[in-house]
Design a binder for this molecule. Structure first.
Ligand code: URA
Length: 435
């Protein structure tokens, strides 16, 4: 099978068979297809699409391009959660120990932040000493011992995705549902999980801006993963304003610790419980949503979830004391409140505007090789619908250099609107797909 013949068949709108798709994915993994052939194929798929059957073959080939972790030695049911990414989305950090405290193992392999969205690994690395670069053997041992592990992508898992994602990024072929399905699911299904819960976000701060498109993606992800034998549900959630009140790595870890201690922001806990409920239901650890919710709430109230987070930090070499003394997390040189220009109601907090201000402060990466500053970002952020007095703080800016601080002040003043009109807050949990 010559690459040019397979590319031409897709170019002409034919559905490819399993062998043709496998040849393309092998070509990406072993370098036998040139970058220009891989790129041409990606564009042909982008323009012509893939049938559900092709998408399933593609996802399977991507997953099998590397190792599929064998977690049969972990006796608990195994569930993971994946988010398509948002602003202030720190849910994985506290959800994983909460669910593990309810008797479900959580093998979670996460990514780094790129562009306007943060990454779980960067957040975890703001805990002094925390190691995300565990081997698969260490990952398995940690799951056997404490039922949770949060690590970074290893070279053995879905290597074809690394190659193809880098090409998609520079060839205008990222926003393509079959390619996104193959990319996300190949990595998640290689983790060794039994079930998967997806948080598919839509809105200004999300990767998919449009709800209809996000819903289409959620349906495709659920259909492909379920067909591959992994019961999967997706929760469609709104991402118009940042989740919670903190954006920035260490600041988000501190907010996650608040969530574990029962004082997390209402919106963050709403999303956390919605996802956790589905993890308990799919693993049959609870039989009703109410029972699942009660178990998750009890894990917080009893201190079991916070204790599990301490175990996780200790197992991965981090400073456990941060759970009780968050001031041990990296601190910025400047902590400056941003005053409200007038009295009124917070009528808008633009997630993208806040994310770009955090990026300017150094909390994220514009390019993959950039270093992140763990200390900087925004805390005590107001939420839409709240009333504010003139001069009262709309947020606190954490900065390490004065010019970034000045730029972030201007950007945040644009992103947050104080008005008079009462507004209907967007519904945060929009729909559960796959029930
Ligand atoms: N996230 C991924 O991992 N892959 C995609 O294709 C899009 C988002």
């Amino acid at each position: 099978m010559f690459p040019q013949h397979i590319i031409a068949r897709k170019r002409d709108g034919h559905a490819l068979n399993r062998d043709e798709i496998a040849a393309f994915v092998h070509g990406a993994t072993d370098g036998s297809w040139a970058d220009y052939q891989l790129s041409a194929m990606l564009m042909a798929i982008f323009l012509r699409g893939m049938t559900p059957q092709e998408t399933a073959h593609y996802t399977e080939a991507m997953m099998n391009s590397g190792i599929v972790a064998d977690l049969s030695s972990v006796k608990l049911p195994k569930a993971d959660k994946h988010s398509t990414g948002g602003v202030g989305d720190k849910v994985s950090l506290h959800l994983a120990p909460m669910v593990a405290a309810c008797g479900v193992a959580v093998p979670m392999i996460s990514g780094r932040g790129l562009g306007h969205t943060g990454g779980t690994l960067d957040k975890l690395e703001s805990i002094p000493g925390f190691r995300v670069g565990l081997s698969l053997a260490e990952y398995r041992a940690e799951l056997e011992q404490i039922g949770v592990s949060l690590i970074g992508q290893t070279a053995e898992l879905a290597p074809a995705d690394k190659k193809l994602y880098a090409l998609r990024d520079v060839t205008g072929t990222v926003e393509c549902i079959p390619l996104i399905c193959g990319s996300i699911l190949s990595k998640k299904l290689a983790e060794g999980i039994d079930v998967l819960v997806l948080d598919v976000k839509f809105g200004r701060g999300a990767f998919m801006k449009d709800r209809t498109k996000a819903r289409e993606l959620a349906q495709a992800l659920v259909a492909v993963a379920t067909a591959m034998g992994k019961p999967t549900r997706a929760v469609l959630t709104a991402m118009e304003e940042p989740l919670g009140r903190a954006v920035g790595n260490a600041l988000e870890v501190a907010e996650s610790i608040d969530c574990l201690k029962g004082r997390g922001p209402v919106d963050t806990m709403e999303v956390t419980y919605a996802l956790g409920e589905q993890m308990l239901l799919l693993t049959k650890t609870a039989t009703t949503t109410a029972e699942a919710r009660a178990r998750l709430e009890a894990s917080v109230a009893s201190g079991a979830a916070a204790a599990k987070f301490r175990e996780l930090i200790a197992a991965q070499g981090g400073d456990v004391c941060v759970v009780d003394e968050p001031a041990r997390l990296p601190q910025a040189r400047f902590k400056v409140p941003l005053a409200s220009p007038r009295a009124g109601l917070i009528t808008d907090v633009d997630a993208m505007g806040v994310a770009l201000a955090a990026l300017r402060l150094g909390a994220g990466r514009a390019k993959a090789e950039d270093r992140v500053d763990h200390a900087v970002g925004v805390s005590a952020l107001v939420k839409m619908g709240e009333r504010i007095a003139p001069g009262a703080p709309m947020c606190v800016i954490h900065a390490n250099d004065e010019s970034a601080l000045a730029a972030a002040q201007a950007m945040l003043a644009q992103a947050i609107t104080v008005g008079d009109a009462a507004l209907v807050a967007p519904k945060l949990i929009d729909e559960v797909i796959g029930v």
